[in-house]
Design a protein around this ligand. Structure first.
Ligand code: HEC
Ligand code: HEC
Length: 255
């Protein structure tokens, strides 16, 4: 593809973003005429736009945690088909390519485990790129949640732990990763605490124990590969139970 065509495609792709940003930032109306040639965008702008698009990763991960494969496809497919790589910091384009490949795996996944593993890999590419670009990424600290019923409270703690582990991989930060694992220290829920549901067989209930065990096992992991494998297993554990009612149980649902 020639540079000009690529610049044109990037203009089309980013136009809605530019318009939104333009409206927020200045009272002037956006220019009416299409610009004939785009000057190269600064690295920071390109990175900003990329990150706005990567917000879809959160939607995708929530769908995977719910075991709601249908809802994961749309954001995953979008990421697989859209990220610009031109103009990113030197030597980081490969991470976007890898990230897109994993997004395509999620979009096409036939089972929860594959989708969960590919999601974990995507999150690790966030951290790998930041490390390669030598950027110290700050992410807001997440407060421990509270909920009315024991099951909901326990689940919000699972989500809290997941978010911290996510940050641990994506920033990357060993401290957040360990905080996430520590957040899983409590004992697993028993069938008494969970809803009465005929689909909640003994086998599915085992998944609750398993996610706790995985978190304990992960404390000894030092390399990214092992962490990604464990995080993937862990997400698959959440998904395996929630998928019984993928549009009812789990994160990212309208309240
Ligand atoms: C190709 C490299 C690359 C990938 C992949 C990448 N980032 Fe970044 N990230 C950057 C760069 C460069 C910056 C610093 C420039 C900036 O502020 O936009 C940054 C900054 C950030 C920041 C701080 C931004 C701010 O406004 O303070 C956050 C948060 C972040 N990234 C999250 C993520 C997450 C989450 C992912 C994965 C879903 C991800 N990044 C994937 C390169 C990358
Ligand atoms: C054995 C089954 C099971 C496992 C394993 C499981 N969940 Fe859940 N989850 C549920 C049930 C049941 C609900 C609905 C609880 C309710 O509303 O009372 C739920 C609800 C949730 C909610 C919504 C809570 C709310 O009130 O908004 C979140 C978030 C959540 N789970 C996260 C997770 C995460 C993250 C994991 C994996 C670490 C996980 N869950 C593992 C059964 C499970």
């Amino acid at each position: 593809m020639s540079g000009r065509i690529r610049a044109f495609i990037s203009l089309i792709l980013f136009l809605p973003v530019l318009m939104v940003v333009g409206c927020g930032a200045s009272p002037q109306p956006p220019a009416e005429q299409p610009k004939p040639a785009e000057p190269a965008k600064p690295v920071v702008d390109v990175s900003k736009q990329m990150h706005e698009q990567l917000a879809r990763v959160t939607v995708m991960q929530e769908a995977v945690i719910r075991g709601d494969m249908e809802a994961a496809v749309e954001p995953a497919r979008w990421i697989a088909d859209h990220q610009e790589t031109e103009g990113l910091p030197a030597g980081t384009a490969q991470f976007v390519t890898d990230l897109k490949k994993s997004a395509a795996v999620v979009a096409e996944a036939k089972d929860l485990k594959n989708a969960a593993t590919a999601t974990a890999m995507i999150v690790s590419y966030c951290g790998a790129c930041h490390a390669a670009a030598k950027i110290a990424v700050a992410m807001p600290e997440i407060a421990k949640p509270a909920a009315a019923t024991p099951a909901a409270a326990h689940m919000l703690e699972h989500q809290w732990a997941t978010d911290l582990m996510y940050q641990g991989l994506a920033m990357p930060s060993e401290e957040r990763w360990q905080n996430g694992l520590n957040a899983m220290k409590g004992s697993p829920l028993s069938d008494k605490d969970l809803p009465k549901d005929t689909k909640l067989t003994k086998e599915v209930l085992e998944l609750e124990k398993r996610v706790h065990e995985l978190a304990a096992k992960a404390q000894k992991a030092t390399d990214v590969g092992t962490k990604v494998a464990i995080y993937g297993d862990y997400l698959a554990g959440c998904a395996g139970c929630h998928s019984l009612h993928g549009k009812v149980w789990g994160p990212g649902l309208p309240k």
